[in-house]
Design a protein around this ligand. Structure first.
Ligand code: G4P
Length: 525
């Protein structure tokens, strides 16, 4: 198969949701359809249980297990599908943001009873920044939930994207009878069964009397009314708008009952984008270029304290990746060869000889890679866009064992390279501040510093609201701002200016007082 054909058949995406909306269940059902697993329940070990929040060692162990399921590749018809897993626990949201830089599209799962929840809103922001095409799956229709029209309104207003239903439920909860597939004009009747696929009723159009026979006259006429309303309110679905990230098609179903999942998958492979061009600092890279290029979007550390081994996950952006071929690591200028790159098929990790754009390869690493590293066949390229978001929790990190300061410095540096948390250095007093999205990460850092680097750290409180990256076209204004706020100025790891606002009020005042300064809440601007 030619490189172009290999690219055209690939679909690399992530499923995102607020915890408990049904991401794991949906993933599992997609794998079942792809023949990648044969029994339901096989993916469950991947899930970080809510109950384990206080026991982060357990979470790390589970994260260890999830290396194998970090990427799930399988064939579905002519398509090669790569699902990139994202951690369910919100303390690891930063991992999820980075994973989103490696996908070509996204499926968002929303619980019909709960609607749009906090985590989903945040993840959607990342998708919006990158114009990532999204499909929404409204899940748990077998349970009592909200009116589907209300859900659509909420999706539109909360996720700030136009929506277009491509399937429509007939009732909900106990009375749930099935889904009318607007995309294909077919009717699927719901049979609550975790393993079996639903029953399809052959129909010609929405006026077909077989619908009345199948669901009863009352529900059939309600369905017709609903569909008429949909046609009146929502413009015709336009694939190009979807591909530009302007409209999100919406499907309804029940992942647990394998209902509506195949419809979602069939539509997904048809409309979702194949690997797309990637923007580098130098130029746009097309996937079908001969030269290989890719970037590291995730580093997964092993929790074994005896040897520091990691897997660096490389997303292939262009060309063919080959085992043992010499590739240039742009940051260091070194030429590296990879003897044992792994790919992920059907939940198994195998050494691969070649891989194509859209694929992810895992490269065993002993600390050579940093998040965001670019690899190429030789050309000097730097991929943009591994965004850091303003952390939500901050602490000073102090050395608790003066004899081990070198170990501490090395440990902090490597853990930050891995993307465990963000480091800011206060420009005024030189103190180091670690920013995270959850308490767990502080515990992880402390444990790993001790066990992998033999260093002891101590946390000291600092009350901060947000870290914002600042810039201005007016050098004088920037200097004036930095002078006024000198106690609250820090640099990130790339040496960029960051303002540490200690309250929302202070931030707002700063924005009012310094109109020439731009405040960014993500490092990608
Ligand atoms: P997550 O990965 O997004 O966190 O969610 P997950 O798939 O683990 O699903 C969360 C819970 O919702 C699970 O129940 C799962 O069985 C249930 N669920 C998923 N899809 C559906 C659906 O379509 N209908 C109904 N009624 N429930 C659904 P749990 O009790 O937390 O876990 P488990 O004990 O069943 O594994």
């Amino acid at each position: 198969m030619s490189l172009k054909d290999e690219i055209a058949r690939r679909r690399t995406f992530a499923i995102i949701s607020h915890p408990d909306a049904g991401k794991t269940t949906l993933t599992e059902k997609l794998l079942l359809f792809g023949g990648a697993i044969h029994v339901a329940g096989a993916v469950k070990s991947n899930k970080i249980k809510k109950t384990a929040t206080s026991d982060w060692m357990e979470i790390e162990k589970q994260r260890g297990i999830s290396v194998a399921t970090s990427v799930m590749g399988f064939n579905y018809g002519d398509y090669k599908i790569n699902i990139l897993d994202t951690p369910g626990h919100q303390d690891f949201a930063e991992d999820t943001y980075r994973t989103l830089t490696a996908v070509d599209s996204v499926i968002i799962v929303v619980d019909v009873a709960k609607g749009v929840e906090r985590q989903t809103r945040k993840l959607m922001e990342v998708c919006r920044m990158r114009n990532t095409p999204v499909i929404i799956f409204v899940n748990k229709l077998d349970r009592e939930g909200r009116d589907p029209f209300d859900i659509l309104d909420e999706l539109e207003s909360e996720l700030k994207i136009k929506v277009r239903p491509l399937s429509w439920p007939i009732n909900i909860g106990e009375k749930f009878k099935g889904v009318y597939n607007i995309f294909e004009h077919s009717l699927d009747l719901f049979t609550p069964d975790k393993q079996r696929v639903s029953e399809r009723v052959e129909i010609d159009s929405v006026d077909d009397p077989r619908i009345d026979e199948a669901v009863g006259e009352t529900d059939a006429s309600k369905l017709r009314e609903d569909l008429e309303l949909i046609e009146g309110v929502y413009p015709e679905f336009n694939v190009d708008e979807y591909l530009k990230g302007q409209v999100a098609p919406v499907f309804f179903g029940s992942a647990l009952n394998t209902f509506g999942v195949k419809e979602l998958l069939d539509c997904f492979v048809k409309i979702a984008p194949a690997p797309r061009p990637t923007q580098s600092e130098e130029r746009i890279i097309n996937p079908d270029e001969d030269g290989f290029s890719g970037f590291v979007f995730k580093i997964h550390a092993n929790m074994d304290p005896n040897h520091r081994s990691c897997i660096a996950f490389v997303k292939i952006c262009s060309g063919k990746f080959e085992r043992n071929a010499p590739y240039k690591q742009i940051r260091t200028g070194k030429t590296l060869k990879f003897a044992a790159p792994t790919a992920f098929m059907a939940q198994k990790k195998n050494v691969v000889d070649e891989a194509y754009p859209g694929d992810i390869v895992g490269i065993p690493d002993t600390g050579n890679f940093k998040i965001g590293d670019t690899l190429t066949s030789g050309e000097n390229l730097h991929f943009k866009g591994l965004p850091s978001f303003s952390p939500e929790m901050f602490k000073y990190i102090e050395n608790a064992d003066p004899m081990k300061s070198k170990q501490l410095d090395k440990g902090i540096q490597q853990l930050m390279d891995e993307g465990v948390a963000q480091l800011f250095t206060n420009q005024f007093n030189g103190r180091r501040i670690i920013g995270t999205v959850g308490q767990l990460q502080f515990e992880v850092i402390q444990y790993r510093l001790e066990h992998e680097y033999g260093a002891q750290c101590r946390w000291e409180p600092i009350s901060l609201y947000k870290a914002c990256w600042i810039e201005s076209d007016d050098a004088e204004a920037l200097a004036a701002f930095k002078k006024r706020k000198f106690q609250f100025m820090a640099t990130d790891r790339e040496g960029r200016d960051v303002f540490l606002a200690d309250s929302g009020y202070v931030l707002q005042m700063a924005q009012n007082d310094f109109p020439k300064i731009r405040f960014h809440f993500t490092s990608e601007f």
